[in-house]
Design a protein around this ligand. Structure first.
Ligand code: BTN
Length: 240
């Protein structure tokens, strides 16, 4: 359980782990200086500039895949707060990690089955040291780096090791055990949200989280649940 593989360049650390998962053990982790085809949710390109930590952790037959992304989000939040004094990390449902209303990290969990083993790949991209000027120049107006938020720049390896450790321990926990912390960190609660499903947009208020991690919203017709994977949720008038 002590594997971290450091690569100079790969297409995507998620794809690299998918290819090699059968020869690696549970908890193996890969990080790359550069990804040439980094991927975000719903097929988006994930631009991996220098200053970003791109890492993926392999979990074999983890419990409850449905809530894993939420628990990985908590693993990242606590790693950030443990290492960067005074920084407060929150979650924008379902899987964006937020500091001071801007996105510091995105998570993409994917799975590939081999026989009886479900290999789950938890891909994590963290903004470590990019400047606000850089984000503006590439049109990422809702992004922030840990260095901009805290004034501190830690080596990528330190954060990678801590996140991996936390992902492994959160993967062993149930969502029930994490539920109150998840709710406390969830920044959407009580806010008006814009739910986008394909071309369809819907405004509602985010009011709660269900035991399966879905977001409970309310509009004039009552309460309904939205499931991650099928929708994007943003603030009614902006990112959050
Ligand atoms: C998102 O917010 O859309 C999720 C972004 C996930 C990016 C990370 S970077 C490491 C890993 N490799 C990838 O190709 N994607 C994930």
């Amino acid at each position: 359980m002590d594997e971290i593989i450091f690569l100079k360049e790969t297409t995507s650390t998620n794809d690299w782990l998918k290819e090699h998962c059968n020869s690696l053990s549970d908890g193996a982790c890969v990080t790359a200086e550069r990804q040439t085809m980094g991927r975000g949710r719903r097929g988006h390109v994930w631009n991996t500039a220098s200053g970003m930590l791109a890492m993926s952790v392999l979990l074999k037959n983890p419990r409850d895949f449905e809530t894993l992304t939420a628990r990985v989000g908590l693993a990242v939040c606590s790693a950030v707060e443990e290492l960067y004094t005074g920084v407060k990390a929150g979650i924008k449902w379902s899987n964006d990690i937020i500091i001071e209303n801007r996105k510091v990290c995105g998570i993409l969990c994917e799975s590939v089955r081999f026989g009886d083993t479900l290999n789950v790949i938890c891909g994590i991209g963290v903004n470590i040291s990019q400047t606000d000027e850089y984000f503006k120049s590439v049109g990422l107006l809702n992004a922030v780096s840990l260095k901009e938020a805290s004034g501190v720049e830690l080596p990528k390896e330190v954060l990678c090791k801590k996140i991996r450790e936390n992902v492994i321990s959160r993967a062993e926990m149930t969502f029930k055990e994490c539920y109150s912390e998840y709710k406390a960190r969830l920044l959407n609660l009580g806010r008006e949200v814009r739910i986008t499903r394909g071309n369809d947009e819907h405004i509602a208020r985010a009011v709660d989280v269900a035991e399966n991690g879905s977001l409970i919203c309310e509009d004039e017709n009552g309460r309904f649940e939205v499931y991650s994977g099928e929708v994007t949720v943003r603030g009614k008038d902006g990112y959050l």
